[in-house]
Design a protein around this ligand. Structure first.
Ligand code: AMP
Length: 318
């Protein structure tokens, strides 16, 4: 029996299913979570299916979370999507479920759950949810709303089909989803729309980026700067990909000072892998897109130096 078949069997065995994903969700986290819920609800109307986790209003055009009563967990199947490590799962209650399944497309740095299905080559967890649907399509129903969500997840995690994890399979899946009558151009617009204050912060990022001779770059967004532009730590997501558009930039890190002290480090690369660097600073993620933490300025400098080393080694090899 394949792991997908085992997962499907477990889904059939439970009356209550609660779907979680990572904290500070991005479109793929919300879309794979709520897209899976939509498919399961349409296919098994008698089951009780919920989505759980902290939410941010910026993604409310995608979906909303359910209110989940704590006493549902002991008899529930918990499915966690798009989350590599246990510490990043949003809402601690996931631990109280009867069985746990992990479905993810990040490198499997931490194996958890009774069943786990991890495909690091997939563009997004939303793409995986569509594979799952296709594997059991004689028993599952795809709805227009599920297709809308899963398409949004793929568009979000591939940067609109830009990043290298975008494959022929990704386009095949997107093409299948587009056969449903949702407004795809509206989704793309919603995902790329920014507020005026984030537009102004983008200007700051371009004005203040530091790039070395090998293309290693960094920008530091201090609490003072965030206050000046009136943006929250979460809203900085929209500026993380911007340095990648600069020809001279190969790998970069955006440091965002946290209200509680320390910095969030968001690492990206067009060449050298940066996830091993992230792992050394309490983080992780994909080869070319990772997150980590710096406790102080000294660690900020250390992370940037490691990015510089990686960029230099990469350029020396070319
Ligand atoms: P971000 O910079 O938060 O958009 O994260 C980029 C990628 O790294 C995402 O795939 C995250 O799931 C992953 N990531 C971010 N922070 C962490 C962390 N602290 N530990 C493990 N993975 C992380």
């Amino acid at each position: 029996m394949s792991v997908q078949q085992e997962i499907f069997q477990m889904i059939k065995d439970f009356e209550t299913i609660i779907i979680h994903r990572h904290e500070r969700p991005d479109p793929d986290a919300i879309a794979s979570q709520c897209g899976l819920k939509e498919i399961l609800k349409a296919s098994f109307p008698q089951k009780n299916i919920y989505t759980a986790g902290s939410f941010n209003d910026g993604l409310k055009f995608l979906a909303q979370m359910d209110k989940v009563n704590d006493n549902l967990y002991p008899d529930a199947l918990v499915i966690v999507v798009d989350t590599a490590n246990v510490t990043r799962i949003s809402d601690e209650h996931f631990k109280k479920g009867k069985k746990l399944i992990k479905i993810d497309h990040h490198p499997n740095d931490e194996s958890y759950g009774d069943l786990l299905w991890v495909e690091p080559k997939a563009s997004s967890t939303s793409e995986l949810i569509v594979y799952f649907y296709l594997a059991f399509k004689d028993q599952l129903k795809m709805t227009t709303e599920a297709a809308r969500l899963l398409y949004a997840g793929i568009v979000g995690d591939t940067g609109r089909f830009l990043y290298p994890a975008t494959t022929a399979k990704t386009f095949e899946i997107a093409s299948f989803l587009l056969t449903f009558p949702f407004n795809a151009s509206l989704i793309s617009r919603e995902l790329s729309t920014i507020s005026m204050k984030v537009a102004k912060l983008s200007g700051y990022v371009y004005q203040n980026i530091n790039v070395d001779e090998n293309g290693a770059a960094y920008v530091l967004l201090s609490t003072k700067i965030l206050q000046k532009y009136g943006v929250t730590e979460f809203e900085t997501s929209a500026v993380v990909s911007l340095p990648g558009m600069i020809e001279e930039v190969l790998s970069w890190v955006i440091f965002v000072e946290k209200a509680e002290g320390g910095f969030r480090a968001r690492l990206r690369s067009k060449g050298p892998a940066i996830n091993e660097i992230a792992k050394r600073y309490d983080g992780g993620g994909h080869l070319l897109a990772s997150g980590a933490g710096a406790k102080n300025y000294e660690e900020v400098q250390k992370i940037y130096h490691e990015i510089q080393d990686a960029a230099k080694k990469w350029r020396d090899k070319k």
